[in-house]
Design a binder for this molecule. Structure first.
Ligand code: SF4
Length: 634
């Protein structure tokens, strides 16, 4: 008997316009209970090496976790996984919102799309009924119009619509997916993969009830009530409720790690105009949430002034404020909100898009590109109008936008000269807006993460730097016993990172948002365990949960090994080994030697070869995935 999951995967062959259900057995699901874990299992087994990420051979997997759709805060996430067109590596991106829970309530754990439709289509899923519908009339249309049209055509006002906009249709390599217009699978170019398959949208309506599938519903119901109150008791979740992620801007500036002018600096002289108080005054219209989440960290904005910004696509998060603000040398919050709206409307990852703009600005400042390439734009740091226009050019693939749409690594190769030093990327994926010179564990994550630079691979160093903090105490059940300074780069830091990475990878497997569980936030580790046991009926402990996360990471690593990735790609942009030019950490750089030693320690902790990064057979056997070594031939 299975609990907490349906055991059903929806297979869609787009080339032959066929869809069917496939059964998922319990033994497999226990090892890979959804999300990143299940998707990595499917991708590694089914995708041949060397497949063109934007060709019909790529496989796009949308996978819920065991707890996605459970009625408690932050149980909202699903993973989108494919070979990434941005990196050529394992591509992965998680989103909250409403679409994942709706798919779960429709009775599906995952959708696996193969092939390529001859003409644009959308999928319509109503519980176990699935249709592949014509979407030619929706192609090139904005998400707001598409969502309204699909709801009208399906006569289902409550249909949840996952879709792509113009940028992803134009195969911008960091094209994203959006659901409910405001929630994004931003990273790794998963929207571009869906665009390459000519799938405009996946709409779903489910009428099931999560608790009816659970082994024991009472503990989950009790947890839901308790967590609704607990949100207010933890400083991290309460801060998120009051300010959302825009509340981070001023603090990171004061700490000297607010990326400024393409990571040259860590403090921005215009931060007063970007901080939360300015956001609240100048932009904010409302607060919103994801499915059943009491944190309510989403912000709604509207502007009718220097720029017109609709409230249809959600407000800028911290990453977007820093990306289009300080990192482009811009202190105009309205321009930032406009750039955010364009990214969301055209479904492009705002981290990679803003990084592409700051990269282009640095190239412009150095004369590597000029008005001829930019279509006349004076792309200097600080030019807000040029920044907004550049986002349009990327989505439409016009002028310099066509090259930037390829990502900064490819753009730098074409531009040549010093441009390669201006591309702030790892494995081809652009850095999020957290400077690892002030929190070095984040740098280990940027370097080692299979999908390239990402800030959601583990709790950030400051979370575990104070032994008296709620967060540090919350990490004890995971086996973390040492509070370490944010800038300590050592084997001890590598150990903490390895544990936290396994925990975060597990969260992605079961569908929990980064802002929910301890140590980052308000859901104690023991409560996560209670929820997993109550949902599934499995007799598991915390070490079993960590192993789920580690297993998923090892599968992703083996995927990369098969594609030819080695330690050479697990590195950081050269600039991070250079000193910051200003702010609280002026003169501080990451030490190359310490970084190399910590990375070696991390590989050893993981049981990976420190040169090839191939996982050892012993470790894979302990994780129950020796089959994967046979498959990859290592
Ligand atoms: S914490 Fe914020 S992003 Fe996470 S599920 Fe809740 S509302 Fe969504």
């Amino acid at each position: 008997m299975r609990y907490g999951y349906s055991g059903k995967i929806l297979r869609v062959d787009l080339t032959n316009r066929k869809a069917w259900a496939e059964a998922l057995d319990e033994e497999t699901y226990r090892l890979y209970p959804g999300g990143k874990a299940l998707a990595a299992y499917i991708l590694l087994r089914e995708l041949g090496p060397g497949t063109d990420p934007l060709g019909s051979g790529n496989i796009l997997i949308l996978a819920n976790g065991l707890l996605t759709g459970a009625p408690f805060s932050t149980a909202t996430r699903f993973s989108a996984v494919a070979r990434s067109p941005l990196t050529g590596a394992f591509g992965e991106s998680e989103a909250g919102g409403f679409w994942g829970p709706e798919l779960k309530l429709a009775g599906w754990e995952a959708i696996v799309m193969t092939g390529r439709a001859a003409d644009p289509v959308y999928l319509w899923i109503r519980d176990d009924q699935v249709e592949i519908r014509d979407a030619r009339h929706l192609w090139k249309r904005d998400p707001e119009e598409v969502q309204a049209t699909i709801r009208q055509e399906t006569t289902e006002k409550l249909a949840r619509v996952l879709q792509i906009g113009l940028g992803a249709e134009n195969l911008v390599r960091f094209g994203a997916l959006t659901n409910e217009l405001r929630h994004f699978n931003g990273r790794s170019g998963m929207g571009a993969v869906m665009g390459s398959k000519q799938v405009k949208a996946v709409a779903v309506r489910g009428t099931g009830k999560y608790l009816e599938t659970a082994y024991e519903s009472q503990p989950i119901g009790d947890l839901g009530k308790r967590l609704a109150r607990a949100v207010k008791e933890h400083p991290s979740s309460w801060d998120l409720q009051v300010k959302g992620t825009p509340g981070l801007t001023a603090g990171l500036n004061a700490a000297g790690i607010l990326p400024t002018r393409n990571f040259h600096q860590g403090a921005f002289e215009g931060v007063e105009k970007l901080r939360w108080e300015a956001y609240e005054k100048e932009l904010l219209t409302a607060r919103r949430s994801c499915y059943a989440c009491a944190v309510r960290c989403k912000r709604e904005v509207k502007v009718d002034d220097r720029y017109q910004v609709t409230d249809a696509y959600g407000g800028p998060e911290y990453e977007t404020i820093a990306g289009f603000g300080s990192n482009c040398g811009i202190d105009d919050l309205q321009a930032v909100a406009k750039a955010n709206e364009l990214c969301n409307r055209y479904t492009m990852d705002s981290i990679s898009t803003s990084s592409a703009v700051s990269f282009a600005m640095e190239c412009f400042e150095h004369g590597l590109i000029g008005p001829k390439e930019t279509g006349g734009l004076a792309l200097h740091f600080g030019n807000a109008e040029a920044m907004v226009r550049c986002v349009e050019l990327i989505a439409r693939r016009e002028h310099i936008g066509d090259l930037l749409a390829e990502g900064t690594r490819r753009a730098a190769e074409v531009i040549g000269g010093d441009a390669r030093f201006f591309a702030m990327q790892v494995k081809g994926q652009e850095l999020p807006m957290h400077d690892p010179r002030g929190k070095v564990g984040v740098g280990l994550g940027y370097a080692i993460n299979e999908a390239g630079a990402d800030h959601l691979t583990a709790a950030h160093d400051p979370t575990l730097s104070n032994p008296d903090s709620l967060s540090f105490r919350g990490a004890q059940p995971l086996g973390i016993t040492e509070a370490l300074a944010p800038r300590e780069l050592s084997a001890r830091k590598a150990r903490n990172y390895a544990v936290l990475e396994n925990w975060n990878s597990f969260e992605k497997a079961i569908g929990l948002c980064f802002f929910g569980p301890a140590p980052r936030s308000f859901i104690p580790v023991e409560d996560v365990l209670t929820a997993v046991r109550a949902a599934s009926g499995w007799d598991v402990d915390i070490q079993d949960l960590l192993r789920i996360g580690e297993r998923a990471t090892n599968l992703a690593r083996l995927f990369n090994v098969r594609e030819g990735f080695t330690r050479r790609e697990d590195t950081l942009p050269e600039r991070l080994f250079q000193p910051l030019e200003n702010g609280a950490l002026a003169g501080i750089a990451i030490s190359r030697e310490e970084f190399a030693l910590a990375m070696t320690a991390l590989y050893e902790l993981k049981g990976w070869d420190p040169v090839t990064t191939v996982p050892s057979r012993t470790r894979l056997a302990e994780l129950g995935i020796e089959w994967a070594a046979d498959l990859v031939g290592v």
